[in-house]
Design a protein around this ligand. Sequence first.
Ligand SMILES: Nc1nc2c(c(=O)[nH]1)N(C=O)[C@@H](CNc1ccc(C(=O)N[C@@H](CCC(=O)O)C(=O)O)cc1)CN2
Ligand SMILES: Nc1ncnc2c1ncn2[C@@H]1O[C@H](COP(=O)(O)OP(=O)(O)OP(=O)(O)O)[C@@H](O)[C@H]1O
Length: 199
Amino acid sequence: MTDRQNDKDMLRKAVLQERDALSAAVRLSKSRAIAGHGASALAESAASKNVSGFYPIRSEADVRLLLSLLEDAGARLSLPAVVDRQTIVFRRYRFGETLVPGGFGTFAPGEIAEVVDPDILLMPLSVFDYHGNRIGYGAGHYDRAIERLHMLGKKPLLVGVAFDLQGVPDVPAEPHDVPLDAIITESGVQWFSEPKSGV
Ligand SMILES: Nc1nc2c(c(=O)[nH]1)N(C=O)[C@@H](CNc1ccc(C(=O)N[C@@H](CCC(=O)O)C(=O)O)cc1)CN2
Ligand SMILES: Nc1ncnc2c1ncn2[C@@H]1O[C@H](COP(=O)(O)OP(=O)(O)OP(=O)(O)O)[C@@H](O)[C@H]1O
């Protein structure tokens, strides 16, 4: 393991420990604030777009309320499913539909759901910094999914969803890490790129 990977691992462990210590009630109220900020920032641009979310695991921010608001605003939702150890695909999801185990402890639409390429990715993460760098859970699933979309000529809007306590001054980024366009936390939305009108 390189020094940089080791640094990322230590940072991930420390921040996840802090996130795990939040009570369910505190996570719920922060997740409600995230939904409000996220809907204000994205509802207009999400209409008729493919928006991928995630079904929360561990102590993640619960993005389901935001997903339901975006669906009400006309977004077509999808959720990630792990199809092999290295690969996730995004499966069409209508809010409230039954999910099945989706790999790595996640839940996802079943195999018969349509596979879509999202225009907007709401991304889970363990740590972010205020330059737009992020660390996931160390599997590289999202980094590879984004690389695949880029190879298809698609440039989805990348929006991290997290609690403020997951923010640090500097994440040790690696060359394959693709920076976020924005991050949504309970205190608001921060843009790292120009807000993209067409997305
Ligand atoms: N809610 C949610 N869905 C998701 C992801 C996610 O991060 N969150 N993914 C994001 O890619 C994909 C699934 N990949 C995952 C990869 C690893 C772990 C995980 O928990 N790994 C370690 C923990 C690592 C650590 O503590 O340092 C584990 O199994 O304990 C979870 C999901 C797709 N769906
Ligand atoms: N685009 C890619 N192509 C090939 N390998 C990759 C790519 N992105 C990441 N990897 C590999 O995946 C592993 C995990 O990467 P990294 O630590 O950046 O994951 P992460 O950012 O925590 O995960 P995620 O992107 O799922 O949130 C590393 O071994 C890395 O080399």
